[in-house]
Design a protein around this ligand. Structure first.
Ligand code: ADP
Ligand code: MG
Length: 311
């Protein structure tokens, strides 16, 4: 017999191990209760993944559980917030216990790794849709924003770009000679939470790279009223991505493909020597608006076209 809504929640979502002191009341009542320390601000974010829009029908449920949490933790990382608790809204076409077991394994394993409490949610029937709301803490005034980059700042990225984009292309049929890491990056992204915390007090601006480096950096540029020049030769590209670029000529892929979940951030030249995290300097913030790319000896404007729903 299919599980009822309530026994489903009880069976799959009320058994987790972490309990942060901020979590005063978790799953089971009309609301969860959170205590926000006096000296902190609560960072709140939400991301949804819809079947056939954000993932293929029949996608591995354990990977989906991991990814829907990972993309939300990545948003907290982009603000320099320490992840604390999440809520989960699940819309399911049917109660499939095998699917739910795998999904919650992916979800709760990552939650435990990052010491995050699942404190509530909603469960409904309908087309498969996953939504997570994530909450984190950041000391007052220390959140890393998009609007505060300054001309002269150096631009960094915390790790290689384009691998998740390559993973997507492999899923769509591209034959790579080294598919493993690209597929892992696409299926099980690692949110850069430690990097986000390490950047407090250092970065002048920060964003998590979810929609492609060029498009996401452009959000920093627009909100900060500045421009930038990226150095093609400095971009961290894996061997698998380099092979793809050579093979296809699709050279802009690492700049425009989504799902990297690295952080892109800016730091003043004075503070740059203090950076103690894995990262690569990839360019500089300039007063003139717009994004430029220095490639093959010429500097040209680079138009970033991020994916947009409804267009
Ligand atoms: P209500 O009808 O009062 O909104 P629900 O019946 O939707 O409450 O949920 C009962 C409890 O289970 C609530 O505490 C809610 O936060 C929690 N919950 C429901 N669905 C989920 C889920 N998918 N993950 C985690 N907690 C859930
Ligand atoms: Mg209620």
């Amino acid at each position: 017999m299919a599980l009822s809504e309530f026994s489903l929640i009880d069976r799959f979502f009320t058994r987790q191990r972490v309990n942060n002191p901020t979590t005063r009341l978790g799953i089971g009542d009309d609301c969860a209760l959170l205590a926000v320390p006096e000296d902190c601000e609560l960072a709140v974010t939400m991301d949804t993944m819809v079947e056939n829009v954000h993932f293929f029908a029949g996608a591995d449920p354990e990977q989906l559980g991991h990814k829907i949490l990972a993309v939300n933790l990545s948003d907290l990382a982009g603000m320099g917030a320490k992840p604390l608790s999440v809520t989960l809204a699940l819309t399911l076409p049917a109660v499939d216990e095998t699917w739910l077991t795998a999904f919650t394994r992916g979800f709760l394993t990552l939650a435990e790794r990052h010491q995050v409490d699942l404190i509530g949610g909603d469960t409904t029937s309908g087309p498969l849709t996953l939504t997570v709301q994530a909450m984190g803490l950041v000391p007052k005034g220390q959140a890393l924003k998009r609007s505060t980059a300054r001309a002269g700042d150096f631009i960094f990225v915390t790790g290689p770009i384009g691998d998740a984009g390559l993973g997507l292309r492999i899923k769509q049929g591209y034959a790579s000679s080294r598919p493993d890491e690209a597929l892992r990056r696409f299926n099980r992204p690692d949110p850069a939470c430690a990097a986000g915390l390490a950047l407090r007090g250092l970065a002048t601006s920060c964003i998590d790279v979810s929609d492609g480096l060029a498009g996401d950096l452009s959000h920093i540029l627009e909100q900060s009223g500045v421009g930038a020049c990226l150095e093609w030769d400095s971009l961290p590209l894996s061997d698998a991505v380099r092979e793809y670029l050579q093979d296809t000529g699709d050279w802009s892929m690492p700049l425009v493909a989504g799902d990297d979940y690295e952080l892109c951030f800016t730091v003043s030249p004075e503070k740059a020597p203090l950076l103690a995290l894995p990262c690569r300097k990839i360019g500089i913030i300039e007063p003139e608006p717009g994004l430029r790319l220095n490639k093959d000896g010429t500097i040209k404007p680079f138009k970033a076209k991020a994916y947009e729903h409804f267009s």
